[in-house]
Design a protein around this ligand. Structure first.
Ligand code: SF4
Length: 239
């Protein structure tokens, strides 16, 4: 069953330090009054203009197989293949911060207001990441309420375009989930509009299924290393 997701601003608004770190400022470094005021302006604009929303749909492991396979372009080493096959719950998701923020960022860059454009871009990207975490938490809580056999399940999101799961899988993911209902569309290059949107699959299972060694051939060209923090967190929460 499909359901719409709502996000409260206080649950997704990034902390000032996170935004500055995203902008390349080392933690604890004193920032100028000008940067402080640009940061405040970006946070205000985000709070006033963002319209975060999302959509979620549970599905069976065998139903996900075709979506994962996409157009047959996945890397054979993609860890998600092994992970999803051990899942005890799967749900497709898509979420967005809303179109106005993306338009405002584009307009700021077009008007050469690079400082505010870059700051707002950082705030919006971090907020989208936080919305994914809130969605993971919500699904984890839902499953915990239904789980009667006592296994503790961890939920993590995986997105096409990352870690060997080819971005062309977006096509089948969109066909199954229909995020157009909340205003997210896909272009011929598999990119989403609004730009500050995230889609993927939530995988629920014992924490061990999410553990892997990030030494795949595609890791050599990784731009995010986003798995590192997640893996550390998984290891730290081992009981
Ligand atoms: S290093 Fe990058 S590409 Fe490799 S698993 Fe981690 S996030 Fe994925």
């Amino acid at each position: 069953m499909r359901k719409l997701l709502e996000f409260h601003m206080e649950d997704i608004l990034p902390a000032r330090e996170e935004v500055l770190r995203q902008q390349g400022m080392p933690p604890g470094k004193t920032v100028s009054g000008h940067i402080q005021s640009v940061l405040e302006e970006a946070l205000d604009e985000f709070t006033n203009e963002a319209r975060p929303t999302g959509i979620l749909q549970g599905l069976m492991v065998d139903e996900f197989e075709a979506i994962f396979t996409g157009e047959g372009q996945n890397d054979p080493e993609a860890p998600l293949e092994e992970i999803y096959q051990q899942a005890e719950g799967l749900a497709l998701f898509a979420l967005t911060i809303g179109g106005k923020i993306s338009t405002n960022i584009e307009e700021l860059f077009a008007g050469k207001n690079f400082a505010l454009g870059a700051m707002l871009d950082a705030v919006a990207s971090l907020a989208a990441d936080k919305a994914v975490v809130r969605t993971e938490e919500q699904y984890e809580k839902e499953l915990a309420n239904r789980n009667h056999h006592g296994t503790e399940l961890r939920v993590l999101g995986y997105s096409p375009g990352y870690c060997g799961w080819h971005i062309s899988a977006q096509r089948k993911l969109f066909k199954a989930l229909e995020p157009e209902r909340i205003g997210i569309t896909l272009n011929a290059s598999y990119l989403m509009t609004p730009l500050k949107s995230v889609s993927g699959v939530l995988v629920a299972g014992p924490r061990e299924i999410h553990l892997f060694k990030p030494s795949f051939s595609f890791c050599k060209v990784c731009k995010t290393y986003s798995c590192h923090e997640r893996l550390q967190d998984l290891k730290a929460t081992a009981t």
